[in-house]
Design a binder for this molecule. Sequence first.
Ligand code: SF4
Length: 267
Amino acid sequence: MAEVRHILSLSGGKDSAALALYMRDQVPNMEYIFSDTRKELPETYEYLERIEDYLGKRVHRLNADLGFDHWYDVYGGMIPSNHRRWCTKMLKLKPFEDFVGDAPVLNYVGLRADENRSGYISHKSNITPVYPFQEAGLKLADIEEILQSSGVGMPPYTKWGRSRSGCFFCFYQQKIEWVRLKETYPALYEEAKAYEHPFEASGNTFTWSERESLAELEQPERMSAIKEEHRQRQAAKEAKGAELTLAQVFAREEAAEDVEGCLICTL
Ligand code: SF4
């Protein structure tokens, strides 16, 4: 019988980071991996180093040579989207399955007890997902406590109002997150914008963000409007929150945080 391998995939997000710290002493032979799209935020690499320091172990970087641009060329220069989501498959799922091979594997997933997300995870028969946070009943506040008490802290992107790890141009980000990307990392915004050109096969121009190009979104009046819409939505939520119980507030925050179908990139 082949020996069972223990593998934990880090995304750069808080839940997988907290799970890595949580499991360090429970599974000493854990293998930690990170599928690098080569389009991650610069601060994600620094955060991974902090996690490695705590673990006392190196995190295997997958995709070292074949990042996003390789697959972008293979797919004929087509920007991925929710309906054309080749990126997760080729940059996250496939490298993970290649790394795993055919040996039996326990794959540790950072889903919490207070969330009900689903998304891309491997369904290979030799891979068995395990959910330590759910088994232990650990929720958002527990995950934050694990990160803070370890000294690793929350992922740096949370400080400038971004809600997700993964590629800086991820099409799942909200309009306000594009505005914040432009303000925080203008060069990365320009890089994302450069992908928006007519698709050779059809002549259509695909955009990262729904119904508008990044060139349109970055116009000062449009950025102001997005900020104002966001401010109004937040104010309405807060006003409504005043009437909610604490449990309802948590449930609402969880729903807002849920990233549809992007589990492997953002957990
Ligand atoms: S983070 Fe977004 S763009 Fe990057 S691989 Fe995942 S779904 Fe695709």
